[in-house]
Write a protein that binds this ligand. Structure first.
Ligand code: XMP
Length: 539
């Protein structure tokens, strides 16, 4: 069995993926290679690695069918790994037509086993699985291993094993537990590797992928952030024509990059709406306005709605109620502004490729993330959507942002929750005074983290202000002041997180500045809870 650990999706055959929107017919100027997903833990990573080689790549569920693959006119096809055994009754099968598209096919792990089985090789469940680091011995370089070391480490995760390559194929390599760890038939345009080239533990993996893309598929390796910009600009123009477009700007990297791209494409047909709900961090609202209106000359409506939100939040201390109130009020303010721009037909959304994949990719993830929609817009809003980031991963969005000249501060901004500081004033009401205190404490923290060069290494770093006062002594006087909590975490995706081991000297500097500069603070503590069992936010 080809096991990919931690895979939640049990029934991948039933998984539905949202289709890439793109009804707009702008041909891609760059070569594309499709990755078909058989449920492997690393499938997304394969698409990312292909893109890192300079070839555009999309991940599609395996059941989309050969016709859909052909419609995209890819230069090659990659079949991913997956958790099933090729002998399971319910295991996804290989659609024969995929091999008749006239493009090279590379099977990885489960993908290789499917190819072996379909084309007459011998695949069997082994007594001993091969998980983790293994040693690859290349016996024939073929196209995939040309010029690479004949002994190299690689990363494996499988139990089903290919014992004999199909007739007409050349076995290229073996490994500790795999008699045939790679094979090829240049005549049939079919290639297979048992190991995972996409993970960092396979040091020559990127070269192997590169050989497939360049030497086998004949791809031009020209895809880049710059090419995304040009292509998206054309797509946006083709989609909206001369219609008016509206964009809700939050100051986060996704909406900022989406707004700038659309502005590049259609100029002043775009109006951005920035709702300052009073729960932003220090100077954040001013920075958004300065960047978009003053620097990029994007038509911007900045709504100072602080009082409205504070009024609604008066007397509310329960976290979910805070979220609901802020979410509902946000929609109300946005709709009011949108109504003033009555001729707007399109709405820009910063949907990312990971959202597209996740929206159909299993229930666990979407339940946990459902609260992220708070502060978003309702489904029934009457606009057509422009989603220029729909094909991009987060790091590519940052690259596009940098390409468009977005300031480093916005390109690398840490995630910030829609309800903002209101859910960090915990155990009590989010009053103006408490929000201001938290804002000042947070500004000290951010300043020191940036000065220490750690801002980008942290997933998030912020302060929490509990409704607690403690006794202290300052200048021979007894004080009764607030406690500020420092929360800093590392994470890849916010699903799990670890508390960041900030240097003691830095912590001391932060604590001492907070207590000296903020009159009402007399104690600073550090949150050392990981997620799970904690969450990143306190509310
Ligand atoms: P938790 O606290 O659930 O947070 O570990 C995971 C990630 O989600 C962010 N978060 C939110 N984002 N609206 C948002 O837009 C919210 O209500 C919300 N609550 C948490 C949090 O900052 C972290 O990045």
């Amino acid at each position: 069995m080809s096991e990919d650990h931690n895979l939640i999706t049990a029934d991948i055959a039933a998984t539905e993926f949202a289709d890439e929107s793109a009804p707009i017919d702008v041909p891609r100027a760059v070569d594309e290679v499709v990755v078909l997903d058989y449920g492997g833990q690393y499938s997304q990573l394969i698409a990312r690695r292909v893109r890192e080689c300079g070839v555009f790549s999309e991940l599609l569920p395996h059941h989309v069918g050969a016709e859909e693959v052909a419609r995209r006119k890819p230069k090659g096809l990659i079949l991913s790994g997956g958790p099933a055994s090729v002998y399971d009754a319910k295991a996804p099968k290989l659609e024969r037509e995929l091999l008749e598209l006239g493009i090279p096919v590379l099977g990885i792990c489960y993908g290789m086993q499917l190819l072996a089985l379909e084309l007459g090789g011998r695949v069997e469940g082994a007594e001993v699985g091969e998980y983790g680091r293994s040693q690859l011995t290349v016996t024939e370089e073929g196209a995939l291993f040309a010029g690479l070391p004949h002994e190299q480490p690689c990363w494996m995760s499988h139990r089903d094993t290919v014992y004999e390559a199909p007739p007409g194929f050349t076995a290229l390599a073996s490994s500790t537990q795999s008699p045939v760890a790679a094979f090829e038939s240049a005549a049939q345009g079919v290639y297979g590797i048992q190991f995972h080239p996409e993970v960092v533990h396979t040091p020559y993996g990127q070269e192997v992928l590169g050989h497939f893309l360049r030497d086998v598929c004949g791809c031009d390796m020209t895809w880049s952030a710059a090419s995304i910009v040009e292509e998206q600009i054309e797509r946006i123009r083709a989609q909206v024509g001369d219609a008016k477009v509206i964009c809700g700007l939050s100051g986060g990297v996704d909406s900022s990059v989406a707004a700038l791209l659309v502005h590049r494409a259609i100029g002043d047909q775009l109006t951005c709406v920035f709702v300052d709900h009073g729960m932003m961090r220090k100077n954040e609202g001013e920075q958004v306005v300065a960047t978009f209106r003053d620097h990029f000359h994007v038509p911007l409506v900045a709504v100072d709605a602080e009082d409205r939100f504070l009024d609604k939040l008066a007397g509310v201390s329960e976290p979910e109620r805070k979220r609901k109130i802020i979410g509902a009020e946000f929609i109300r303010v946005f709709e009011e502004e949108a109504a003033k721009l009555s001729d707007a037909k399109y709405l820009v959304q910063g949907t990312l490729y990971s959202d597209v994949i996740e929206s159909g990719g299993g229930t666990g993830a979407s339940t946990i993330k459902s609260h992220h929609n708070v502060g978003g817009l309702p489904d029934d809003i009457e606009f057509e959507l422009v989603e220029p980031l729909r094909a991009l991963f987060k790091d590519e969005v940052r690259a596009v942002g940098a390409e468009l000249g977005l300031p480093e501060r916005l390109v690398w901004r840490q995630p910030f929750p829609g309800p903002g500081l209101a859910i960090r004033v915990v155990g009590g009401e989010a009053t103006k005074a408490r929000l201001d205190l938290l804002r000042d404490a947070d500004a000290v923290l951010q300043d020191e983290i940036r000065k220490a060069g750690l801002y980008r290494d942290l997933w998030q770093s912020f302060c929490v202000l509990p409704d607690v006062r403690t006794v202290g002594v300052q200048g021979d006087e007894r004080t009764y002041g607030y406690v500020v909590v420092i929360r800093a975490v590392t994470s890849d995706d916010a699903m799990t997180a670890d508390w960041a081991r900030l240097p003691y000297d830095l912590l001391e500097q932060i604590a001492s500045r907070m207590i000296n500069e903020l009159r009402d603070v007399n104690r600073v503590v550090l949150d050392i809870t990981s997620k799970p069992p904690g969450t990143i936010e306190w509310e």
